[in-house]
Every structure is written in C-alpha cells, then in structure tokens.
Design a protein around this ligand. Sequence first.
Ligand SMILES: Nc1nc2c(c(=O)[nH]1)N[C@H]1C(S)=C(S)[C@@H](COP(=O)(O)O)O[C@H]1N2
Ligand SMILES: [Mo]
Length: 260
Amino acid sequence: MSESQTMSGRRRVLRGALAAAGTMFLSACDRLSQNESFVNLLKSAQHLSRSAHKAVTGRKAMAQEFSEADVAPRFRSNGTLMPRDASYRALVMNGFADWKLQVGGLVENPAAFSLAELRAMPSRTQITRHDCVEGWSAIGKWKGVQLSHLLEQVKPLPQAKYVVFRCADSMDNGPNDSTYYESVDLDDAYHVQTVLAYELNGAPLPMSNGAPLRARIERQLGYKHAKYLMRIELVDSFEKIRGGSGGYWEDQGYEWYAGI
Ligand SMILES: Nc1nc2c(c(=O)[nH]1)N[C@H]1C(S)=C(S)[C@@H](COP(=O)(O)O)O[C@H]1N2
Ligand SMILES: [Mo]
C-alpha cells in the first residue's frame, strides 16, 4: 500500500467516524428536545441572552411587537372600568368635547390639547402585549401620539426628572384625593413606544380601557399604563405628591420601576 493510499484510507475512516458522530449528535439532540429539563435549560439560556441584550441596549430597547393575527379578540380590562366621578361623567356625556389634556409643571410652555388636536398629530400604531401583575396578558393594537412629541412642544426644564400622569378615576369613596396616578422617568417618557393612546384595535378607546386617552409604557407592567388621563406634570421629585412613591399602587407598596 502506498503512502498516499494509507492517508486516504485514514481520511475515509475519519470521515466515517465524524459522520457517525454527527448522526449520534443529531439523534441525541432529538432525544434532548423531548427532555423537559434540557428544553428549560435552553430557554433559560435564551432568557440570559435576552437580559444581556437588555443590558447592552439599555433603556432604549424595544418591547416585542406582534402581528395583527396575534391580537386578542377582546382586550381585557382591569382596575377601574367605569369611573364614578361626576366630573368624568360630565365629560362622557359630551363625547369628550370639553376634555383637554393639561401638560404642565416643570416646562417652558404649559399647554392643553383637545382630542381632535392629539388625533391631528403624527401617530404611532403598535401591537404589544400587556402584562398585568395579577397574572394575565393580552395583545392589543394601540394608536396614539408619542409622549416625546408632546414633550418637544412643552419643553421640559432642565430640572425635570419625571413625568406624572394624573387620572380621572377615584379609587375609593373617602374625602381625600384617591384618583389613580402614575409616573415614569425621562428614559421611558421619551421611549419610542411610549404612546398616549386614543385607539384600541382600530376603534376609539373604550371606556373600560381608559377613554379618552391612556398611557402605554410598553417596557413595564400593566399598572404603569395610566388610563383616563387628565393631566401630565413634569416634576423633579415625588416627595410632595400623595404618598410620595410616584403612583397609586406604589403608595401601597408596589415597585415604582416595573420593568418586564
Ligand atoms: N386610571 C387608571 N389606570 C389604570 C388602572 C386603574 O385602575 N385606573 N389600572 C391599571 C392596571 S393594574 C392595569 S393591568 C391596566 C389595565 O388596563 P386595561 O383595563 O386596558 O386592561 O390599567 C392600569 N391603569
Ligand atoms: Mo394590572
């Protein structure tokens, strides 16, 4: 046997061994894919790389967007479904013609915007998943104006750190102000997907989902997405606002940053 024949023989054996190993690997994979703990391991690795991705892209990272086919036939509602406050009732009676979103606090140009004015502004439509702490999720299509667009008009002052959302709905019957409120920092306020929505699934926002206008804070849990918006305030601290923790549920102990 010549030297070269020996070589090609060895190579053939090697190639055969590799092929066999490949088949073994494939069938092992096949078996592994049926193994729940291995699949969970893969999922957790995926999760790890997703959080690593978040750390790299930081607060600007986008929440996942979905397709029309994923939209839930009926978007659930939670918390207040029908504000009982007389002032809100009066706005409803008039089809929100008298409603205006007030924007003030630490801004150069305080302003108020009617629904018609908001609808005439550039809009963003997004299909996203809403995750409530109570353990349910729903995918909906939202249309509205980016909060960044409004902020560009009112011009926050340099000391402004947070945006506070003031809502129409009182959470209890007591004599004190118990209206729902929420807040975000400027990273979330200027996030591309932070939208003040006036439409859900192609129709005007239903009352149970926050008519006439509600916030979408897509990188955070459901309670951050304030419904029944009345006023937006730029502030440098929550200290003097109600319980001082930056939101109705936060004042009862919920986390202020509810990232998902
Ligand atoms: N004004 C107001 N906003 C609110 C609430 C509320 O009770 N009042 N509930 C919050 C909670 S816990 C969730 S999960 C979502 C529910 O939004 P949906 O009713 O459109 O599903 O709104 C959030 N925003
Ligand atoms: Mo929620």
